[in-house]
Design a binder for this molecule. Structure first.
Ligand SMILES: [Zn+2]
Ligand SMILES: [Zn+2]
Ligand SMILES: [Zn+2]
Ligand SMILES: [Zn+2]
Length: 414
């Protein structure tokens, strides 16, 4: 279940990332001087010697001619130039420009009753400013999406989308595929026992050795009740990758989208594919820290930071997973009091019961386009007992209001 404690402003930021000291413009200038291409800063063979439109910044009409202010890909803003419409061969960017312009104007209209009509000869500075911000955001989100897909090691793709506001990629988040143990914590990565079945579905396999049932049916769906641990086959087992007892270890199979919610819940995650009920969707990963460290961080974190602390309380309460800075897509999954994902404890190569892996399974069929949610208060057992909510006045927690909108909403996240 998720960790609960007093909230305070986090101030320990900055120590974790190494910013590049040179600006993008300077890097691009170096590349041009040396005639080097570098895709990640936008200098490609195509635009090293040629000019390629990156986005359109502004619009004006001069002597009945339409002009657009062009930002050239791989060149700094100071080299932007006005180009007549007939020279521009970028229909998609023109469309984007027009869409952004309309979105801005319709947003403004909602706010104020009377807005002077957009001058047809030139854009208002505020409109042009918005269009440039939107273009820069799109580039930044695309770059982040590329990075997430380079780092992930599972089959499903990760998409990023923000059609709601100007928020860009999170500045203090690092994608990881598996637990990142804090110094002093060791995660054993080789099991002490492996099965030698010829058919793990029918024989006395790894789960039986641990005294539990095989977690899956033949359709790769979970068939054990919440609160029951999953013991998958591991690196010591004789069976191959097609063994029916290897599901979580294969990672996320679905393409998911990190999207900006329109109801004030920040980022959320939706599936782009239909997910069958009782299917493995993703793992919850982060830094593995001691519960004392979690207590310490909880004092520094703000309300939001606290929601990333997930206590591994399957059998002991020694460790906590902190997904605030290091995590996978699950970092962005919102809470709901009526969720469509359920938490399970999983043991694969690490059989230490103090350190289960946390897997999220669908509780029902989830259609393409639906937001994924899980209950931040949910214990492995699936019930929210009163003892899981800490009411001790000594801790004086700042409670976060829940916006999940479910009929059964409990009102608070913690
Ligand atoms: Zn087996
Ligand atoms: Zn096995
Ligand atoms: Zn097996
Ligand atoms: Zn709620």
């Amino acid at each position: 279940m998720f960790h609960k404690m007093a909230a305070a402003e986090a101030d320990a930021r900055g120590a974790w990332c190494v910013p590049c000291l040179v600006s993008l413009d300077t890097l691009q200038e170096y590349c041009r001087k040396e005639k080097l291409t570098c895709k990640s800063i936008g200098i490609t063979k195509r635009n090293l010697n040629n000019y390629e439109v990156e986005y359109l910044c502004d619009y004006k009409v001069l002597k009945d001619m339409e002009y657009y202010l062009v930002k050239w890909k791989g060149w700094p803003d100071s080299t932007n130039t006005w180009e007549p419409l007939q020279n521009l061969k970028c229909p998609l960017l023109l469309q984007q420009f027009s869409n952004d312009r309309h979105n801005y104007l319709s947003q403004v209209k909602k706010g104020k009753s009377v807005i002077s009509k957009d001058n047809n000869k030139a854009l208002k500075p505020a409109v042009a400013e918005y269009i440039v911000k939107k273009a820069k955001q799109r580039i930044a989100l695309q770059r982040w999406q590329d990075e997430l897909n380079r780092r992930k090691n599972h089959k499903g793709m990760i998409f990023v989308e923000n059609t709601v506001d100007l928020e860009g990629p999170p500045s203090d988040f690092f994608y990881i595929n598996e637990y990142k143990p804090a110094p002093g914590i060791s995660l054993v990565n080789e099991a002490t026992f492996g099965c030698s079945c010829t058919d793990c579905y029918f024989e006395k396999c790894c789960p039986a050795e641990a005294g539990v049932l095989l977690a899956y049916n033949k359709n790769q769906q979970i068939r054990i009740p919440p609160g029951t641990p999953i013991y998958e086959c591991n690196s010591r087992c004789r069976c191959g990758p097609d063994c029916p007892n290897r599901i979580v270890q294969k990672g996320t199979q679905y393409s998911l989208c990190i999207f900006r919610t329109s109801n004030g819940c920040g980022w959320g995650v939706k599936t782009l594919m239909k997910i069958k009920k009782m299917s493995f969707v993703m793992e919850y990963v982060g830094e593995v820290i001691t519960s004392e460290e979690a207590e310490r961080r909880g004092q520094l974190y703000d309300n939001k930071g606290i929601t990333y602390l997930f206590d591994l309380d399957y059998e002991s309460d020694e460790f906590t997973v902190d997904a605030a800075r290091y995590g996978n897509v699950s970092h962005f999954v919102n809470h709901s009091c009526d969720p469509n994902l359920q938490v399970f404890n999983v043991f694969i190569d690490n059989l230490d019961t103090r350190l289960p892996r946390i897997a999220l399974f669908s509780t029902r069929t989830i259609n393409a386009g639906e937001e994924l949610t899980f209950d931040y208060q949910m214990k492995g057992s699936g019930d929210v007992s009163s003892d899981s909510i800490d009411h001790s006045p000594a801790k004086k927690r700042i409670r976060t209001v829940c916006k999940c909108g479910a009929v059964t909403c409990r009102g608070y996240l913690n």
